[in-house]
Design a protein around this ligand. Structure first.
Ligand SMILES: Cc1ncc(COP(=O)(O)O)c(C=O)c1O
Length: 426
């Protein structure tokens, strides 16, 4: 039997009944064929594909796995709530407890509204900002990702210009560009989206300057517009508070998702008193937004965030991985760039505009039992141990050696779908 025969069969069946064949993260669907698309189970730091192959998983479900898959305390809390009731005619006590927990943990937050996906939270932030002073314009840094709604999805298929008529873009980490965007809005800025650090696909990650963070806050204050921090991807992996608290910047709104229930579906919009009236005035709801099981899971997750050294452990394994990869890249003479916070690693190869080196290297690692991504930021979780990293490094070392041998023939293996996607972005 081939290593991925069940995966191949599921892809074939999916092609018939699911548009595009692989409903899911575009960043997974575009991966080379050596990567599995379908998974059977997950535990701690590991993932098993539908053919039974095990991986040390550096994607963590594209973020949600913070403490380890099937974390015992989170799953026990979810199971206890499930035994009582989940989606009911109204919320359970868990919703109030969870909101209280957020308000006590996140320094800028005076209230919380819960939803399901990050896109729910960012869209609700946009609507709240517009309701705040009845203004229209929303400022967003160019090419930053805030979700898959018509106003912000990176693909323009099916989107009409009117969907984005009041979105104004500016350059990340460039205060002059942000000022110009404010000027062009002529007093009609409702809110500004800020990304904790620049983490877009295909490009090196970088941190904002303190001047940029404090400058955006000042510009919003001068214009009486709301500052919105999108923590959906970064939340609780950089800090136990909102990430720009290190710069002394408190947003008016922050959008959270992914990790909140350690894999259970829940996201949140948090806000300060300044935005409370606006948030009370908008119409938002969803059939599953009040489900109690994800809220119970989130209460347990926040408890672990408060009371354990999960973050310090994540940073320690992440640094170990980064140092090991750096040493291997130097020894094999294949330069790589590792950018952004180590706990959200991105590894790009020099002279690799179409990601072929990265695709080959991560594809080889996947074949050998390590799931990494060639051009999307990865995620470390608290279930990873130094021994997992050492096992990983043994495999990446082999992947570097195979890449070195394969380098002369790599141009013969383009990934057409990926090349098309890259061309669209450039
Ligand atoms: C920064 C950021 N904002 C918003 C979203 C949208 O979240 P979701 O996919 O849960 O709707 C994402 C998803 O990756 C994200 O990374």
């Amino acid at each position: 039997m081939r290593r991925n025969s069940r995966d191949a069969e599921l892809r074939e069946r999916a092609r018939l009944v699911i548009p595009g064949g692989m409903y899911g993260h575009e960043s997974a669907a575009l991966l080379p064929d050596t990567f599995p698309q379908y998974f059977a189970r997950a535990d701690g730091a590991y993932l098993w594909d539908c053919d039974g192959n095990r991986y040390v998983d550096y994607m963590c479900a594209f973020g949600p796995n913070l403490l380890g898959y099937r974390h015992p305390a989170v799953e026990a809390a979810a199971a206890a709530q499930a035994a009582e009731g989940d989606t009911m005619t109204g919320p359970s006590e868990a919703m109030v407890v969870l909101a209280e927990d957020f308000v006590s943990m996140i320094s800028h937050a005076d209230w919380a509204i819960f939803c399901k996906n990050g896109s729910d939270a960012t869209s609700m932030a946009m609507v709240t900002a517009r309701a705040y002073r009845d203004r229209k314009k929303i400022l967003v840094a160019r090419s930053t990702y805030h979700g898959a709604s018509p106003w912000n999805t990176p693909s323009l298929k099916g989107i009409v210009p009117e969907d984005r008529a009041h979105i104004i873009t500016f350059d990340y980490n460039d205060l002059d560009s942000a000022k110009a965007a404010f000027r062009s809005a002529e007093g009609d800025v409702a809110g500004v989206f800020a990304t904790p650090f620049r983490h877009e696909v295909f490009a090196d990650q970088f941190l904002p300057s303190a001047e940029y963070a404090t400058g955006l806050r000042r510009l919003c204050d001068e214009a009486d517009a709301l500052l919105i921090i999108d923590e959906v991807r970064t939340g609780f992996r950089l800090s136990r508070d909102c990430s720009w608290a290190v710069h002394g910047v408190a947003p008016d709104l922050s959008a959270w998702g992914k990790v909140l229930g350690n894999g259970h579906p829940i996201s949140a919009l948090l806000g300060s008193d300044k935005a409370r009236q606006a948030a009370s005035s908008i119409y938002v709801t969803g059939s599953f937004w009040f489900s109690a099981v994800p809220m119970a899971a989130a209460i347990a997750t926040l408890n672990a965030i408060r009371s354990t050294d999960y973050l310090e452990r994540i940073v320690a394994v992440a640094d170990r991985l980064r140092d090991g990869i750096d040493e291997q890249a130097r020894r094999h003479g294949i330069p790589v760039r590792q950018t952004g916070p180590a706990q959200m690693p991105l590894i790009l190869f020099d002279d690799d505009p179409d990601m072929r080196k990265g695709s080959f290297w991560t594809g080889t690692a996947a074949r050998l039992g390590v799931y990494m991504h060639p051009y999307h930021n990865m995620f470390c979780c608290a279930a990873m141990t130094p021994a997992d990293v050492d096992d990983t490094l043994e495999i990446t070392d082999r992947a570097f050696a195979e890449l070195k041998n394969a380098l002369p023939s790599l141009p013969a293996q383009p990934n057409e779908r990926l090349l098309q996607r890259l061309a669209q972005r450039r």
